[in-house]
Design a protein. Structure first.
Length: 367
């Protein structure tokens, strides 16, 4: 067997092992999410309830069946959808911007969602916040990304990904300023707004599943379809174009899909940071840097990660809950430092910025 064939087989074997591990971890995370809670429900009852398709089996009270069906199961599903969305979006952004520190909130989605939620809480009907806040956050996130992309495309002719990043920073700063102004005008709503900003899954239900699922499914399916092309675009715009790839169109498709997934996630769960950094980089340690493996495995492990973090958030100081964004920040902040150091600090990032603007990497001529 030749050396290249052996290397390919090793990569395929690592991918298969990682996929099997991801499925096992996801199933375990779902079961843990269903089992853990203030009302004790035995594992045998949970399994029998699952195999009876949601009907209360003999030996289980109607109250326990309702807790599983109306509280724990939708919460686990929403956590899985949000985790998968943020992890896949993070991996996609890191590919198209060729920046290992890119995250799902890069283009102003978080700031737009925060502004939308603030408007809904401060000026919307107080009796319908469970509906108006997610809807307003979804629209705000898409608006923020749309403004950032439009501004980035108009500067430098849209040729450099750095213009998109800078546009995202500018739009996020402006929208955050507007949000702060509105909060000062309606200071009595500060507590509600900040509760949402810190991330929450405690009030999720089937309405949130119905809101998030179509957008998440469409976005992840789109990213899945172009995952092989992400390996091409990561080598540089000039090289990718020389291979016949329409870089501008691919970047637009990926940014729209990742932003749609991010908007759906923040609409139902608030702002939960660092998932798009932690999960893709952990997956790369397992299977390498090819997005044929990184993207689908990020979906699996992202869902598992956030289900487990949510379970931790609602059990550490039970019956109270820790905002889920606080826990991901505790994990993600040191992880961010590790990633920064592994990528050569400022020098490594400067090389990636030069590459993002279309310049060939050091020591290599453009094709």
């Amino acid at each position: 067997m030749s050396v290249p064939e052996a290397a390919v087989r090793r990569r395929l074997s690592a991918r298969a092992r990682a996929t099997a591990l991801g499925v096992v971890v996801l199933v375990a995370a779902v079961l843990i999410g269903l089992l853990v809670g203030p009302v004790r429900i035995g594992a045998a009852n949970v399994f029998r309830w699952l195999f009876s398709f949601g009907n209360a089996p003999p030996g289980m009270s109607e109250q326990q069946a309702l807790i599983l069906a109306d509280l724990r199961l939708p919460r686990v599903i929403v956590a899985g959808l949000v985790g998968a969305s943020l992890a896949a979006s993070g991996a996609a952004y890191q590919a198209v911007f060729r920046n290992p520190l890119a995250d799902p909130y890069l283009l102003g989605a978080a700031a737009g969602a925060g502004l939308g939620a603030t408007i809904a809480v401060a000026y919307g009907p107080s009796g319908a916040l469970d509906l108006t806040v997610p809807a307003a956050a979804f629209v705000g996130a898409l608006l923020g990304v749309g403004l950032a992309y439009g501004l980035g495309r108009s500067s430098l002719g849209g040729r450099a990904t750095t213009s998109l990043v800078l546009a995202g920073v500018a739009v996020a700063s402006f929208l955050t300023a507007v949000q702060t102004f509105l909060q000062q005008q309606r200071s009595e709503t500060l507590r509600q707004v900040y509760t949402w900003i810190l991330g929450r899954l405690g009030t999720t239900g089937w309405d949130d599943v119905r809101l998030a699922l179509p957008s998440v499914a469409l976005a992840i399916a789109t990213l899945w379809a172009v995952r092989r092309l992400l390996d091409v675009i990561e080598v540089g715009d000039v090289e990718a174009q020389s291979l016949g790839l329409n870089v501008t169109r691919l970047r637009l498709v990926v940014v729209i899909a990742a932003s749609l997934a991010t908007a759906a996630a923040v609409a139902v769960a608030g702002l939960i940071g660092f998932v798009g950094l932690i999960v893709p980089h952990t997956v790369r340690l397992m299977v390498g840097g090819s997005y044929r493996s990184v993207l689908p495995l990020s979906v699996l492990f992202g869902a598992s990660f956030l289900i487990l973090v949510d379970t931790l958030a609602r059990t550490v100081i039970a019956p109270a809950e820790i905002p889920i964004g606080v826990i991901t920040a505790f994990i993600g902040a040191p992880f961010f430092v590790v990633v920064l150091r592994r990528n050569g600090g400022a020098g490594g990032l400067k090389k990636r910025v030069r590459s993002a603007s279309g310049s060939p990497p050091d020591g290599r001529e453009a094709a």
